[in-house]
Design a protein around this ligand. Structure first.
Ligand SMILES: Nc1nc2c(ncn2[C@@H]2O[C@H](COP(=O)(O)OP(=O)(O)OP(=O)(O)O)[C@@H](O)[C@H]2O)c(=O)[nH]1
Length: 575
């Protein structure tokens, strides 16, 4: 997780965090809306539908009760009970019909079932003894369920909807208390349809609310066109049939889901009432349309707000991350400079926010002290290099000096001679190498000690150096052996002359710490003419041989070395 996070920029992470927060907030809002608003809307819709069902139930009950009351009233009227003239009874029946035009037909049949008086004289003389209203009406006040018009259909005025009736009938007793006739009121179903129309306000209709009145056998008496006189079986119907009232959510034939309020009319055990189920249903989608709309709007607004928030967060994150990015770039520059050994660039003072300010300040101090440290280190290095160079030079100088006499040593001589030969070769003037070996030095050493011997060597060397030109080289080879190199000789004889002069100088007494001594020297002289081959070893060897020749011949003498063989061959000279 940590590794994954490291791959993202700070601004990306911040924007991502805001995106997730916004998405969670929107989801939470929607969940809350769904939970409360939709549930609330659902509850409200169910209550509304239940109340509508009650209103319809009450209206139906009221009309049936009214019809029962009217039937009872008619049966008690003397003009009906004692009617000997059908015309008189008809007037009474018609006057009742006028009070409530939905009484489609009111009639009275005698004991045998023959209609003796009726509104508009319809069916008078007809036998209705087989009609249910007549049969049940003899036993008491009865309400007869919804049914199509049978005999009256052809006699009643034509309408787009077929005639449907609900009957209320009652026995009519003579003054003697005998069953005299049966009175029947045919209520046109139209009143129920109108009642439903009245209850369903335009707003309810627009939101798909529908009222259904269903007979106990499941036949729809009132409702949507496609269901009228069809049988249905829904949970709400079963509950209503059981006398329950309430509202529920259920699937209807056709597959759609409805919220349905239900109740039941009439009273069980009272044959003067009718037990119908009143269902008021509303398409769930339409019932919850308000809440869904709210949800949709909330989603749209939340999305818009979320986008604005994300945009603002991205801008803010960019702004917040900018100082860190600047700091990062500055540190990268410092790292590159460190790697390439260049001067460390300064860290800029960043003033985005407190932490960046503090961080940049700390980094500045760090880089500044690092730069100071590097400068000090560099100075130390430079100083050290100079010191090493000086010490090296001193060591080199020491390497080329004879410790005892301070004169150039054998090594210095060997380094100098090739240049001497080169210079002589370039010029027309010869050079000479004088190989000098002290005579009698051992005796001084043995007699007066090594310290005195050393002092003699020092004075001997100094005397040689003082006796020749500054440009000439005096070197101590080892022990009591010295070499003098003479350059720019005007003539070859100058070498031998200088050797003799040196010998004379050498012979002078030396004042040592405890005594004075006198020594001699054997000097071998070897010339190097400009035309000679620059052979260092050969030149030295010639001078050495000459010196030994002087020793052999009794010491304290100067001997000139033989001319080299090749020189003699070229020049025709022999030493
Ligand atoms: N005090 C001192 N003695 C040295 C030094 N180097 C060599 N010697 C001694 O110098 C002497 C050189 O010997 P030789 O050359 O035979 O002495 P010499 O008496 O000059 O003999 P010839 O050369 O034959 O005349 C030896 O006794 C060495 O021990 C030195 O640096 N200091």
């Amino acid at each position: 997780m940590q590794g994954l996070l490291c791959k993202f920029r700070l601004s990306t992470l911040m924007t991502l965090a805001v995106c997730i927060t916004v998405a969670l907030t929107v989801a939470l809002q929607l969940a809350v809306v769904n939970h409360f608003a939709v549930r609330q809307a659902n509850a409200e819709a169910e209550l509304r539908l239940q109340q509508l069902s009650w209103q319809m139930r009450d209206a139906l009950n009221r009309v049936v009760d009214q019809a029962v009351g009217d039937a009872r009233l008619l049966a008690a009227l003397p003009s009906v009970r004692q009617a000997r003239n059908p015309a008189v009874a008809r007037v009474t029946l018609e006057s009742l019909q006028q009070t409530f035009p939905d009484y489609a037909w009111i009639g009275m049949a005698d004991n045998s079932g023959k209609v003796v008086a009726s509104t508009m004289g319809l069916l008078e003389g007809n036998d209705v003894s087989m009609r249910p209203w007549f049969q049940v009406g003899r036993d008491g006040v009865r309400a007869t369920d919804y049914h199509p018009a049978l005999l009256l259909e052809k006699l009643m005025p034509q309408r787009p909807d077929p005639w449907r009736f609900v009957d209320v009938s009652t026995p009519v007793f003579s003054q003697e208390g005998e069953l005299f006739a049966v009175l029947g009121l045919h209520l046109s179903w139209e009143w129920a349809r109108r009642q439903a129309q009245m209850l369903l306000t335009p707003a309810l209709r627009e939101y798909g609310a529908e009222i259904l009145v269903v007979r106990a056998d499941g036949t729809v008496m009132l409702g949507p066109q496609e269901l009228v006189e069809q049988k249905i079986d829904t949970a709400s119907l079963r509950r209503a049939n059981m006398g329950d009232t309430g509202a529920l959510r259920e699937a209807w034939p056709g597959g759609r889901t409805y919220l349905t309020g239900f109740s039941q009319t009439g009273h069980a055990g009272n044959p003067a009432t009718l037990q119908w189920s009143v269902l008021v249903r509303q398409d769930e989608e339409k019932a919850l349309q308000g809440a869904s709309e709210l949800k949709r709007r909330m989603l749209a607004w939340s999305t818009l707000l979320g986008l604005l928030l994300v945009l603002a967060a991205a801008l803010l994150a960019r702004r917040l991350a900018q100082p860190m990015a600047q700091l990062g770039q500055a540190i990268e520059r410092v790292t590159e400079a460190t790697a390439s050994g260049k001067d460390l660039p300064p860290i800029p003072q960043i003033s985005g926010f407190h932490e960046a300010n503090m961080l940049s300040g700390t980094m500045r101090d760090l880089v500044s002290s690092e730069a100071q440290y590097r400068r000090a280190l560099q100075q130390m290095n430079e100083h050290l290099e100079t010191a090493v160079a000086e010490r090296t030079a001193e060591l080199n100088a020491l390497l080329l000096r004879d410790v005892l006499t301070g004169l150039p040593n054998r090594r210095a001589l060997m380094e100098a001679l090739p240049e001497t030969m080169a210079r002589a070769s370039r010029s027309t003037m010869p050079a000479a190498l004088l190989f000098i070996d002290m005579d009698g030095f051992k005796a001084v050493n043995d007699t007066h000690g090594h310290e005195e011997g050393d002092e003699l060597l020092r004075q001997f060397g100094a005397r040689l150096a003082a006796a020749v030109r500054k440009t000439d080289l005096v070197a101590r080879l080892a022990g009591d052996e010295f070499v003098v190199v003479l350059e720019m000789l005007a003539s070859p004889g100058d070498a031998e002359d200088t050797a003799r002069k040196l010998l004379a100088c050498i012979r002078e007494p030396y004042t040592l710490r405890t005594t004075d001594v006198t020594v001699g020297a054997s000097i071998g002289v070897a010339l190097f003419a400009p035309a000679d081959k620059p052979d260092l070893d050969a030149w030295l060897a010639r001078a050495d041989h000459a010196m030994y020749a002087a020793k052999r011949d009794g010491k304290n003498a100067v001997r000139l070395a033989a001319v080299p063989v090749w020189h003699a061959a070229v020049t025709g000279t022999v030493s």
